[in-house]
Design a protein around this ligand. Sequence first.
Ligand SMILES: [Zn+2]
Length: 249
Amino acid sequence: MHRVVENQRKQPDEEPMPKFREAWRRFGQAVDRYNVAKEAEDFQAVGNHLRECLLALARDHADAALVGKNEPTPKLGDFKGWSALLASSISDGRLRDYLKELTTSTWDFVQVLVHDRNSHRYDAEIALDATSHLLGVFGMAVIAHERGDPPRCPNCGSYQLASDWRKEEDLYYTVCGACGWEELDEESNSRPRPTEEQVEAYLSREVDGPCTFPPPNPWEGSAPRRRRRAAARRAARRRRTGRGGAGSA
Ligand SMILES: [Zn+2]
């Protein structure tokens, strides 16, 4: 995500930042500071920005609901305390252990950068990498937690399940892209369909601001998107099996 070009770092891309926007904004300030840094105190200042970045992440999630019954509530500036609670609420097992270790080691490294009067460029560079890695990993862990385990094909265990809208039946099917298994998608079939006017308005809308991940979709499972995906799947199936796929688009 970040490249060093003659000691200059690029700002992180907008797209892979669906979570922790304030923390990422502060990370951008650290990058700006790094790009003009020359002396030890400049690199320490990068550390200060990174500390604020991490505290912004903790502040975002300093929610009493995370605190267990018999647990003490961390102070607002207690990055390790709040991050550990966040890690416990969004993950378990190895991922939770990893997140907790990551928060501890990253915070400690940034703190050393802040206080070490012999800090140099490589310390700041490593601290930037470590912090962006932490934000990226936590962001992905939150997304994974929100979405839950992805569904798998009951026939072959593949994750390549997709929805296939068949125009002549006006029905959605769930189709496995790996083995061709399919069944009626009752949930999608029970939803009201968007009108042609709504589809037209959606496809011709002005997109304002940066792309987000996942993209906003006012008609989850709407016909146009499914139609494109279904067409791609049918083409792949035809290539694999040498026969025509059902449906139309
Ligand atoms: Zn399958």
